[in-house]
Ligand binder design. Sequence first.
Ligand SMILES: O=c1[nH]c(=O)c2nc[nH]c2[nH]1
Length: 479
Amino acid sequence: MESSHHHHKRNQIFLGTFIHSVKLGELQYMHDTAVCVDKHGKIVAIEPQCDLSNVTEALCQKLSWDAHDLAITITKEGQFFFPGFIDTHIHAPQYPNVGIFGKSTLLDWLNKYTFPMEASLESLPKARRVYTSCVRRTLAHGTTTAAYYATIHVATTNLLADLCHAMGQRAFVGRVCMDSADVNPAYYRDESADESLSRTRASIAHIRNIDPSYALICPILTPRFAPSCTRDAMAQLGALRCSSGLPVQTHISENAAELALVKAMFPECGSYADVYDKYSLLGARTVLGHAIHLTDYEINLISERGAGVAHCPCSNSALTSGEAPVRRLLDAGVGVGLGTDVSGGYSASVLEAVRSAALVSNHRAMPMGKWAETPAEERERAKLSVEEVLHLATRGGAGVLGIADRVGGFEVGMEWDAQLVGLGLVDECPDECDMRDHGNVDVFGWEAWDERVAKWVFNGDDRNVKKVWVRGRLVHERK
Ligand SMILES: O=c1[nH]c(=O)c2nc[nH]c2[nH]1
């Protein structure tokens, strides 16, 4: 797994058009811009509005760089650099099941599709095959950071960390803790709370061994969800969180049957969020998946504790779970990122989650059905714009994972986690037999940049992701 360290690392200059979110709802378009990235993958200079034909020499002089040992990447017509996507919630072992959910809902879906697949990922050869394809696929969709749930197995969880490290994807890798005998099947659970904790520690030790400073791969404490965990395991994980400062990921308030289960299993707690709070699992760098049916009390508690939400609109639609109150979360000051939630979600693409987040938010604005009683202004406010959902996919996700100072935008001091996006420019005189595959987005040339971005969001796919970098390293290229 040492190969990545042997690349000859060069300083790099990226030239052309850069688009990123500067705040919720506002994209910045930087044209004729140069972004300088040093050998460590850090952005060291950004030069706006320059003459791209002769700026590199001046930049090299300014940075004391050798102009002959430099990699230069220039955007072509119709291309732009965008920050890499951040998937705040994805189950790597469920990747073979994408699209397979039928009409199931959460609890029967877990038993029918998910637990059997996850249990089978104890096999190292099978895990290697599944995890390699999952990391390769998400990189091809422009995912530069992923918060992964693995399985209960230490060896294959560690393999997932190794593969992310070798393939260059920034990742949070969590060994899944599930020691309760109530919900978890006998064939797939930790034997005890102590076993759950010692296995978790073993996986953390492995990650610390391959990446001592957690520069690329970071462990994440992963109690699956309250019904899967004993009080003992949650208390020990909470103590570990407090002593280690490691991030936490879990699920909350996804589905009606799950809510009833939590109420029955934890009658001493006033709410689902209170369960996690009681065991010190709710705080900064806690990523709560789904968060659909929260009460105002819970939203305020989550906000006070500084925990964040992984919004998973594809999954919430596929498993008939509901429409998360994203605007209310944002208004309450809760950080929100996007998650594909493979394979509750049917796609490994964050861009798919981006457009789904926009569409699902519109459902909350419809003046009928479930939201008919909601005041008209509040319904209208529920809608998320293209600019807002792209913010969630980049800066929002970085925020909930506690890495907003390192990734999510193009700023000096941040790391170069980026994708080169190319849209298909339609020829002046298109040949009806032209079979070149430019992807699903046709740009005619008269569109403003915000219109091009909207066309990308609603019709783009991995064919538009030409190159992907993490910490300056090229980790995917579309041939
Ligand atoms: O969408 C989900 N996927 C899961 O794997 C899971 N486990 C508990 N709750 C869950 N929700």
